[in-house]
Design a protein around this ligand. Structure first.
Ligand SMILES: [Zn+2]
Length: 324
């Protein structure tokens, strides 16, 4: 009889659940809009409903549950603390699901789980040193060093989006810090950075399409990348500038973790692969002394956190297990 695990990926917009195991990967998956409720109980009910639905007749064969969630969270206590962009806080999800399903439940930051997914199912198979970077509504990461998934005291060992990459502190991050990588290169950051460039260099952008879009409040990452693809010079310049900041971030990841491989995911990277990767590859060598690793888009696409949650449930890091 095959045994299964359930993986759940919780984002601010969507929640996904999958039934699977290490041998077969994802066997069944479902997804729903993340519930916009304040009550932790209501959030837990959505988890329960999705886990039951995706498991269906195989619920009795489910041996563990893994969750990759937006943070901040307490991975040791299994509690989702107070993520931005959702109304709920302090959700004791691990304890509640453990009581309901009577199996071990493990909770990790979504990007940390994603690194585990890459290691077990993706381009990182067989490697001992790899890092994953997401360029999405935020910037985040996960790292495996010497065959160990890095967690840190609070599970934030790879909160790379909040590294300072701009000592001039031109932009403020959603976390309140200044000069953080996420403030420039994320889905939320790109429009703000573009606005900053247009306003601080009015002569350069006067009369450009970009200037019009910024003034009209219509500049989104999609619009900027589409313009660049159509050959708009100013859009290409901005993307080059974002790319150089990304190169600093990638270089810092390489300097910190010395990986053989960095894989890249998240909607910004997945939808604009060449425009995102090119300036990183061209510039990373300027900013890091460690040997440059292979850098590529994740083959697991938008399901990388789900794969990570399945890997987490199947092979939880020993430090999480010893927590009891
Ligand atoms: Zn920050």
């Amino acid at each position: 009889m095959s045994e299964f695990v359930v993986g759940v990926g919780l984002g601010a917009t969507n929640i996904r659940a999958a039934l699977g195991n290490v041998e077969f990967g994802i066997l069944r998956r479902i997804e729903d809009r993340t519930i916009k409720a304040e009550s932790p109980d209501t959030v837990i009910q959505q988890f329960i409903h999705l886990i039951e639905k995706v498991s269906a007749d195989d619920l009795g064969k489910v041996r563990a549950i893994g969750i990759g969630s937006i943070g901040p969270l307490d991975c040791w206590g299994g509690v989702i603390l107070n993520p931005p962009n959702v109304p709920f806080k302090n959700v004791p999800v691990a304890e509640a699901l453990q009581e309901r399903f009577n199996v071990p439940v493990y909770l990790l930051n979504d990007c940390t789980a994603a690194a585990l997914g890459e290691w077990f199912f993706g381009a990182g198979r067989g490697l001992k040193n790899l890092a994953y970077i997401t360029l999405s509504s935020g910037v985040g990461g996960g790292a495996i060093v010497d065959g160990v998934l890095l967690l840190g005291k609070d599970g934030n060992a790879a909160e790379i989006g909040h590294m300072v990459i701009d000592f001039e502190e031109r932009l403020t991050c959603n976390c309140g810090g200044r000069g953080h990588w996420e403030a420039y290169s994320s889905g939320a950051g790109i429009p703000k950075f573009t606005k900053h460039l247009v306003e601080s260099r009015p002569n350069e952008f006067r009369g450009s399409v970009i200037e019009d879009l910024v003034k009209g409040g219509e500049l989104t990452p999609e619009v900027l990348f589409d313009l660049a693809r159509s050959g708009d010079e100013k859009a290409l310049e901005i993307i080059e500038e974002i790319g150089r900041l990304n190169a600093i971030g990638f270089a810092n990841v390489n300097t910190l973790y010395d990986p053989d491989l960095i894989t890249v995911g998240g909607s910004i990277a997945l939808n604009n692969q060449e425009l995102v990767l090119k300036p990183i590859l061209a510039n990373i060598g300027r900013y890091t002394v460690n040997r440059t690793p292979e850098i590529r888009i994740t083959p697991l696409g938008g399901d990388i956190v789900l794969y990570g949650a399945i890997a987490l449930a199947s092979n939880p890091p020993s430090v999480l297990v010893s927590r009891g």
